[in-house]
Design a protein around this ligand. Structure first.
Ligand SMILES: NC(=O)c1ccc[n+]([C@@H]2O[C@H](COP(=O)([O-])OP(=O)(O)OC[C@H]3O[C@@H](n4cnc5c(N)ncnc54)[C@H](O)[C@@H]3O)[C@@H](O)[C@H]2O)c1
Length: 254
């Protein structure tokens, strides 16, 4: 998948979870599309290393951000408002999961998954979305999952709870901002073949089930999610809000 058509020229985009398997590919694609990136994750040094690999290194700003901590969002948004003239897009990509089932999940881990993957996404919309509105409008892209919509393989209960909330919060926020020029959409990847996912599951029964249940017969690539982000973050999608874009090899149509 190649980018580089300058679809995001002149735009400032804030990305969370930048240094994970999908985040890195989103950062690469948005940089190829000429965006200036605010690259955030819990580890600022990892964000700085990523920025150094991207085209137009000098345009990008690496920052530490734990998305579940509201004060960190305030500090990051103050920094962005100071360095850039405004903010055009937010990609709420950072999240954590848990593979446990409805009966095996542990309350502390459940609460942690909700705090990061659900509440962190809301806090991003609250703080970065407000700056996008003040900047004259733009786009919020929430990275959700097929598990925000369907039961998947019957595990990852806490993650499914968080992603289900991301799906409905997307529509709620889209309505709030519909006349203010802030569009809000969700992307729903199926199983994506990141090195992290392969390290955890390759060769396992779960990996075989992911493949067997994907109608296209393969897992997705992070670049394929990044291409959807580039579309929704920029001006190719200006009449699209509150929508769900599935990047799942057909999983949810079966
Ligand atoms: N990989 C898949 O198959 C898949 C499928 C569907 C949806 N997704 C979604 O795609 C997104 C990226 O997933 P990934 O596969 O790259 O996962 P990953 O675990 O490789 O990356 C997640 C990133 O989020 C960051 N993160 C964790 N806790 C954080 C916190 N408190 N604050 C800020 N950042 C935090 C991590 O440091 C990491 O860089 C997630 O929203 C995930 O739910 C992934």
């Amino acid at each position: 998948m190649t980018g580089g058509a300058g679809r995001l020229r002149g735009k400032v985009v804030l990305l969370t979870g930048s240094t994970g398997g999908i985040g890195v590919e989103i950062a690469r694609r948005l940089a190829e599309e000429d965006a200036s990136l605010v690259l955030t994750d819990v580890d600022r040094d990892a964000c700085a290393r990523l920025a150094a690999e991207l085209p137009h290194l000098e345009r990008h700003q690496p920052l530490a951000l734990d998305i579940s901590v509201e004060q960190q969002w305030r500090d990051v948004i103050d920094g962005v408002a100071e360095r850039f003239s405004g903010l055009d897009a937010l990609v709420n990509n950072g999240a954590i999961g848990s593979a446990a089932t409805v009966v095996d999940e542990d309350l502390d881990r459940y609460n942690r998954v909700i705090k990061v993957s659900q509440t962190g996404t809301w806090l991003g919309m609250k703080h970065a979305g407000a700056l996008i509105e003040r900047s004259g409008g733009g786009s919020v892209v929430n990275i959700c999952s097929i598990l925000g919509t369907v039961g998947g393989l019957g595990n990852s209960l806490a993650y499914a709870a968080a992603k289900g909330a991301v799906r409905t919060m997307t529509k709620n926020a889209a309505l709030h901002w519909a006349r203010a020029g802030v569009r809000v959409n969700s992307i729903h990847p199926g199983f994506i073949e990141t090195s992290q996912l392969l390290a955890r599951y390759e060769g396992s029964e779960r990996h075989r089930a992911m493949l067997a249940n994907t109608p296209m017969g393969r897992l997705g690539r992070a670049e394929e999610v990044a291409a959807a982000v580039a579309f929704l973050a920029g001006d190719d999608s200006t009449f699209i809000t509150g929508s769900e874009l599935y990047v799942d090899g057909g999983w949810t149509c079966a």
